[in-house]
Ligand binder design. Structure first.
Ligand SMILES: Nc1ncnc2c1ncn2[C@@H]1O[C@H](COP(=O)(O)OP(=O)(O)OP(=O)(O)O)[C@@H](O)[C@H]1O
Ligand SMILES: [Mg+2]
Length: 376
């Protein structure tokens, strides 16, 4: 799977772009604010039907215009071109289509264009609340397990209703055991299944993650990525029963998979407390590249890999290792941004893959250089 051509109108600061890409490495270089990250987030839209940074669609329209269009022509396993179109009109919302046919539900498109994006803001997940780490876990699993996301949605609905009921009972000081039993049956059904899926995913994922971290860092730091869940320690049903009084007192469901978290460590120390910025960045890059591997093995399609400003804060050894790693055969098409053109050129000249360098200036994209290898 690779993106052959991208056409953009009025997306963020990109008024008009029409660019052909190589199936190897595509680099966007240019000054701060030029539009490099915007190009990556436009490509991300074609996969996820939404902004990477969760901005509302209309905020991505260039200034006062009424619409934006992102139009991608992909090649899937050397077959004919597949066209993914995303159009947003300020007052009429969003249309996504595949080969001219509009999607009725955007969720039907999720997973069709596998893609992994890495940006500087990803390290925030180390420091923010556990909700963001659960969201990351949900995102990774739901890319290839559709029933999983549905279970999470159902579970969250039950939690919301149960919490409302608990608050009501606290206020009236009257416990309705039957209602709570009804909610508990559903919580146990979805919660136990979600826990099992998360546990199995993490058991498979951890080894791949550790391998990538070691490959990039080149040292013997021992990294840990632990799945913490109250359900690791016993039956959900028993826990709910034991927590009933506490739940009624607090007006909130105190046990369940909505309290799950991921614990990040380097040599048993918490990453958020003692890791350097470069180590934190390496940690997240290793998670994402491991996820790339995992996703590729599950779907047998190589996802697009989007690397935004990835080299900032990393030493030159780690940078070379990452580029060597991703330009190896088992990675597919890659998009990289860097404000430092000379660094990018120096890194690329030593690699064995086709590449194109585009300069981005005030929202305009121009091809600067391409390898002479014949395009397949
Ligand atoms: N809806 C919009 N309309 C017009 N311009 C926008 C819109 N949204 C964002 N921009 C502009 O896009 C520019 C940022 O582009 P982008 O983040 O792609 O820069 P960059 O090249 O990645 O820079 P850096 O090297 O600093 O990461 C900003 O100047 C911002 O004002
Ligand atoms: Mg940027």
């Amino acid at each position: 799977m690779y993106l052959k051509q991208l056409i953009i109108n009025n997306y963020k600061n990109l008024e008009q772009v029409k660019t052909d890409f190589t199936r190897g490495i595509n680099c966007f270089v240019g000054y701060n604010g030029a539009g490099k990250t915007n190009l990556l987030s436009a490509i991300y839209y074609l996969s996820a039907c939404k902004d990477y940074f969760n901005l509302p669609d209309s905020q991505n329209i260039l200034n006062d215009n009424d619409f934006f269009i992102i139009d991608g022509h992909f090649s899937k396993q050397d077959s004919e071109s597949e066209r993914v179109y995303c159009g947003v009109q300020r007052d009429r919302g969003k249309t996504m289509s595949l080969n001219g046919k509009d999607y009725q539900r955007l969720s039907d498109h999720i997973g069709y264009i596998p893609l992994v994006m890495i940006t500087p803001s990803d390290t925030m997940v180390i420091h923010t609340g556990s909700e963001d780490r659960r969201r990351m876990l949900n995102f990774m699993i739901s890319q290839f397990d559709r029933s999983y996301l549905n279970m999470v949605i159902q579970y969250n609905k039950v939690i919301e209703n149960r919490n409302k009921a608990l608050k009501g009972m606290r206020e009236t000081r009257q416990t309705d055991e039957l209602t709570l039993e009804m909610y508990d049956v559903q919580l146990i059904k979805y919660g136990t299944a979600i826990h099992k899926t998360r546990k199995t995913f993490m058991e498979n994922f951890i080894d791949i993650f550790q391998r990538y971290y070691t490959l990039i860092s080149g040292n013997n730091e021992k990294v840990g990525l632990q799945y913490n869940s109250q359900l690791n320690n016993g039956e959900f049903e028993t826990m709910l029963k034991q927590a009933r009084t506490a739940d009624l007192t607090s007006g909130y469901t105190t046990v369940g998979i909505h309290k799950d978290d991921l614990e990040f460590t380097i040599d048993t120390r918490a990453v958020k407390k003692s890791a350097s910025q470069g180590q934190q960045k390496t940690f997240i890059i290793a998670i994402k590249l491991a996820y790339y591997d995992y996703s590729a093995s599950k779907t047998e399609i190589k996802p697009l890999l989007l690397l935004d400003d990835i080299f900032d804060k990393l030493d030159s050894i780690r940078v070379s290792k990452i580029v060597a790693l991703v330009s190896a055969d088992h990675f597919g098409q890659i998009f990289i941004t860097d404000a430092n053109k000379v660094r990018m050129e120096n890194i690329l000249k030593d690699i064995n893959s086709d590449y194109k360098i585009f300069s981005v200036t005030c929202g305009e994209v121009q091809l600067q250089y391409e390898t002479s290898t014949i395009e397949k």
